[in-house]
Every structure is written in C-alpha cells, then in structure tokens.
Design a binder for this molecule. Sequence first.
Ligand SMILES: Cc1cc2nc3c(=O)[nH]c(=O)nc-3n(C[C@H](O)[C@H](O)[C@H](O)COP(=O)(O)OP(=O)(O)OC[C@H]3O[C@@H](n4cnc5c(N)ncnc54)[C@H](O)[C@@H]3O)c2cc1C
Length: 387
Amino acid sequence: MVWSPQIEKEISSSDVVIVGAGLFGLTCANLLALNPKIRILILEKRNHIGGNAYSYFDPDTGIEVHKYGSHLFHTSNLKVWDFVNQFTSFNNYRHVVFSVHNSQLFSMPVNLHTISQIYGQFLGPDQARARIQEDSMIQLEVDNFESKAISSIGKVIYQSLFKGYTQKQWQVNPQELPSSVFSRLPIRFNLDNSYFNDDFQGLPRDGYESFFNSMISNERIRLLLNTDFFDFKEKVKKQNKIIIYTGPIDRYFEYKFGSLGWRTLDFEIEKLNLPDFQGTSVINYPDLDVPFTRIHEFKHLHPERSYSASQTIIMREYSRQAGRLDEPYYPINSAEDRKKLVNYRNLQNAETNTFFGGRLGTYLYLDMHMAIASAMNLVENEVLPCL
Ligand SMILES: Cc1cc2nc3c(=O)[nH]c(=O)nc-3n(C[C@H](O)[C@H](O)[C@H](O)COP(=O)(O)OP(=O)(O)OC[C@H]3O[C@@H](n4cnc5c(N)ncnc54)[C@H](O)[C@@H]3O)c2cc1C
C-alpha cells in the first residue's frame, strides 16, 4: 500500500499504532481499547488477521483449514484462559499425535505404548525403564540433542522416531543442536498419550477467525489489512505515536547486523474424495526417505462438527531454511544468531516510543498462550504507563 491522505488521517487520529495482527497485536489492541481515551490502529501486511494462527472455512466442504499448520490452544494460565473465553468457547478436543516409521504406527509423545511397540512386547513401567536404561548405557561426554535423547529414551527409540525427524525439521545433524531442544519433549512411563499436559485445552468452536474478530470488535480499534509498515515506516515514526511492533526485529533495523536464522515451512494442501484419510489430526513422518515431516487432517480437530460432503482435506508439511522473502516460523537460535540478537536488542533499547513484542519481535518461539500472556505484561507494565 502507498502512503495516502487516508492513511495519514488514520495514523494521526490514533494514539497507538500496532504493527501485526497476530495474537500478540490483537491482545494489545483489545486491552488498550478498554481505556475509552485510547484509539488504536493495527497495520497488517497480510490479507487476514490472526497471524500464523489464522484459519478459514473451505467453501466446498465446510472444513476449517489451519493455513499455517494445526493450531491447538492449550494453557495452564487461568488469566489467559479467562481472557480468551470472553471471545470464544472451546470444544473438548485433546491433541494426540502418532508417528509412522517403517510403515508402522507409533504413539507419541513417547509413552509406555510407544516403548512396548518399539521392543515388540508389552512392558510395564519398571520393565520399560530398565529396558531404556540398558539401551542408553553408552557414555556420551558431550551435551547435545543426540546425547540427551539417547540418555532419556535409549538408542533404538531415538534412531526410529527422533533422529530423522529432527534432521528433516532442522536440516542439521542432531549432534549440533542444543540438548534443551530435546528437554522440551515429554516422556511418560504410563499409557497417557495426550500431547499437552495443560489444564485448559481445545479449539475455538466457531473457528479462529471469529475468535480474532471478536477480540477487536471495539469501535476504537481500526484495522488496515494488506498494509506493510515498511512502506512508510519513517512517516509513521515522524508522527510520534506509540508503536507496538510485532514484525521481525532484524527487518526493523534493516538487517544491520545480518539476518537472524529461521526455519520456514512449505504446505501442500490436497482435497480428497474420501470421508477420512488417516483417522486423526496429525501424523509425524520421521523417516528420511519421506520428504515431508507431518500430515495434518483438519476434520479431526472438530469431532463435534458434522460435514455433508464425503471429502476430507489434508496438508503435508515440509521444513527448510528461510530466506528473507519466506515466512519465518521457528527461530534457529544458533550461537551466531544469539550474538546478532544482542546487538539488535541494544538498538531496540535506544528506540523511543516503540515496543517490540511477539515471536518475531523477540525472536522467541511462543505458543499462543505465551504470546497472549506476554502481550498482557507489555500493555500493563510498559505501554499504559506511557499514555
Ligand atoms: C507451524 C506452527 C504451528 C504452531 N502450532 C501452535 C499450536 O498448536 N499451539 C500454539 O499455542 N501455538 C502454536 N504455534 C505458535 C503460534 O503460531 C504463535 O504463538 C503465534 O502466532 C504468535 O503470535 P504473534 O502475534 O507473536 O506472531 P504472528 O502470528 O506471526 O503474527 C505477526 C503478524 O505480524 C505481521 N507483520 C509482520 N511484519 C509486518 C509488517 N512489516 N507490517 C505489517 N504487518 C507485519 C505478520 O504478517 C503477522 O500477521 C505454531 C506456530 C507454527 C509456526
């Protein structure tokens, strides 16, 4: 979009300009609008709100498609849960994931069922622990993803279900990844296969778009879609408004210290003339001879909905290194990235009236509930005191 008298008017008649209509930006807008004196303008470069959590209803089948991969809402933060329940109710979906290795189906995250499947016999909790201990006997002096994985789940499970997946997901040897990446994955010596441990889980009953629209229904919130902040950054800055920036931090400073590393995803969507393709919402494919990492089948996220068409929609997910023109999804966070980030954060601290937030603005992987909680903190502790 080019600079126009209309945009100039929109900006001059607002108190806060928010760059990005993802969950971070929408939460900030909603909370700021509780103050009747504050007028908010959101600039979003895409043609929709909701950032990566956006979904749409396929007109032929009525299936809700998560454009950027399945998004499951989960949190144990009561403040966040109460906040989102003002805008939507949630269904009772509980996420489970499976993995296909050598044409066999395994339960994820690793639990007693997975361990029994891998060793080909039922193992009780103590037997499973003993078996894994036996299989993780090798002494590894180093601390990385691979050594952490082998010491936690043994060599066989690591090589069958994690090694290839990790290589495809990050395109690096798992020995080069920090052990913290593995530490985030749960391992259970019981038969609980729920993917998340959180107290509150589900999907918005009427879809994500309706949830997001309801967050910004206040008439003092204005939204301009298809509007890239960088088409007129200097003109916006000149107007001396408070800016909440949720785009990539390196882009804001014109890549002065180089690009921060991100992984991006390519999605291949297919409509099939079958009522059900895989019987569940997400299946992982860890084997290196399969080019994709996961298949999503969105129908299964809403078992409470009925569909008239006997069709289904699936999406294959492929992972690769992001270039500057690609959508950034997962921060790589290498030692070099961390050095660049320190430099960018120093520049950020010198900016006046501009706050950085969200996963792109902070270069942190944030789940939806974390993005909301972090936006709540920013508004309460930093933005409101400036207004
Ligand atoms: C594949 C994938 C699956 C995920 N699954 C889950 C899940 O199951 N559960 C969960 O809780 N979380 C999940 N997440 C994380 C979730 O997507 C994020 O928590 C959430 O998107 C963060 O919101 P945000 O507002 O910080 O960022 P974003 O959603 O990325 O929003 C940022 C917005 O800023 C806009 N923008 C950027 N630059 C500019 C500019 N120059 N001008 C104007 N607008 C701009 C972008 O277009 C975007 O809309 C997943 C993430 C990915 C990548």
